[in-house]
Design a protein around this ligand. Structure first.
Ligand SMILES: [Ca+2]
Ligand SMILES: [Ca+2]
Ligand SMILES: [Ca+2]
Length: 399
């Protein structure tokens, strides 16, 4: 219906960009946009966008360097569909067919896929609001995708099946029931993590809207999708445009040669451990304002099986800190007697991302040294949201 395919000049991009001081690395965008009452109404444009990206690759771990991958949500099982939560990392598993190379975060309360008719839960998010099947329709039957308690989804690319940050040459998504022309958009971030363009999605009440953008080469590290102007829950109306999504199609993720450096943030506070050595681990506390301070406790055992714990404290820089390792001894249970603090070596903590880090240690008087991979015990709640700019910690230094 409203089918448009056009190439934007760089001047056109900067007119759309909100971060106008960011240098656009992605060049020669081609925008594919269309609306229709049903799948047939936009299918030609979706196909042209898909063909522009190249062949559909198998959903296997690793990158094949070109072509495309896609998600239609439809084969996902009931246990990750409404009314159950859908994990944001579901489509970056290290096995086929879930190795798509894309992970989702939201400042809301997770995600949901709509249920199948056979499940009895109600299609098209009738479980959230019984009027929604009258508003939404599908591009690929039957499942749709949404964030919960938010209209924002960040989608980040990885070399499929792993933690290696990746970039893509294009991203497109199908939306349903975009009632307002200014309610729904896709924002693009380059390989350095800078926003360079925000593209609006055309409205199509009770129908489907498609927006896809391709670039000359892989350059998109993530996209930020704003779907409607209100989270799912309320009735859809002129004052509350609820929008959900169907198919995502994107250029084959390839390793990002210049990923933005990870910087320690307050979301890393908590309990970490090496899954290979359960029963021992680390607690971190942080001051991420201009004090840039980290406090580490390390609970472990001696080679004879006695309890042993260390502490370290001091300044960090960027994503790591190298500190004196202190062993406490001579204290008594619940007594004010001061324990003796003895420097016994050094420890370096390095955070690779919100869920992975490394402890390198040298304990001189015990003649021990090595490297311990660590991950969060309880998972991440806000670290990635801080990285994405969805949560701002007052006073936090981000460089
Ligand atoms: Ca679908
Ligand atoms: Ca509507
Ligand atoms: Ca709507």
């Amino acid at each position: 219906m409203q089918k448009t395919i056009y190439r934007l000049s760089l001047a056109g991009i900067s007119a759309l960009a909100i971060a106008s001081n960011a240098q656009a690395i992605c060049t020669n965008p081609t925008v594919f946009t269309d609306t229709g009452a049903n799948a047939a109404g936009i299918n030609n444009t979706v196909t042209q966008f898909s063909d522009a990206l190249g062949q559909l690759n198998p959903f296997e771990p690793g990158s094949v360097g070109n072509g495309r991958r896609s998600i239609n949500w439809d084969a996902a099982p009931d246990n990750v569909s409404a009314p159950n939560a859908f994990p944001g990392n579901f489509f970056n598993a290290d096995f086929s067919p879930r190795a798509r190379g894309i992970e989702f975060t939201t400042p809301g309360n997770g995600f949901q896929l709509s249920a199948t008719d056979a499940s009895g839960v109600g299609v098209e998010f009738a479980n959230i609001n019984p009027t929604y099947p009258g508003q939404f329709t599908v591009f690929s039957a039957e499942r749709l995708f949404t964030a919960i308690d938010s209209n924002i989804i960040n989608a980040r690319f990885f070399v499929p099946g792993g933690n290696t940050p990746a970039i893509s040459s294009g991203f497109g998504a199908v939306f349903t029931d975009v009632d307002q022309n200014d309610s729904t958009s896709i924002e693009f971030f380059d390989e350095n993590g800078n926003s360079f363009a925000v593209m609006p999605v055309q409205s199509s009440s009770s129908g489907l809207s498609f927006l896809g953008v391709t670039y000359d080469a892989p350059c998109i590290s993530r996209v930020r999708i704003v779907s409607g102007d209100t989270p799912p829950g309320v009735d859809d109306s002129n004052n509350a445009d609820v929008v959900v999504m169907d198919d995502f199609i994107f250029g084959e993720p390839v390793e990002n040669p210049t990923p933005p450096p990870f910087v320690i943030n307050l979301g890393l506070v908590g309990a970490w451990f090496n899954p290979a050595t359960p029963g021992q681990g680390f607690l971190f506390d942080l001051l991420t304002d201009n004090r840039q301070f980290i406090f580490i406790t390390w609970f472990t055992f001696t080679e004879d099986g006695e309890l042993l714990w260390f502490t370290a404290r001091g300044n960090y820089n960027g994503n790591s800190a190298t500190l004196e390792l202190v062993e406490a001894s001579g204290g008594f249970f619940n007594q004010p007697t001061q324990a003796t603090q003895t420097v016994v070596g050094t420890v370096t903590i390095t955070f690779n991302d919100c869920l992975n880090g490394t402890i390198d240690f040298e304990i001189i008087d015990r003649n021990l040294n090595g490297s311990i991979p660590i991950t969060r015990i309880a998972g991440d709640q806000i670290c990635q949201l801080i990285v994405d700019g969805d949560v701002v910690i007052p006073g936090e230094v981000s460089q």
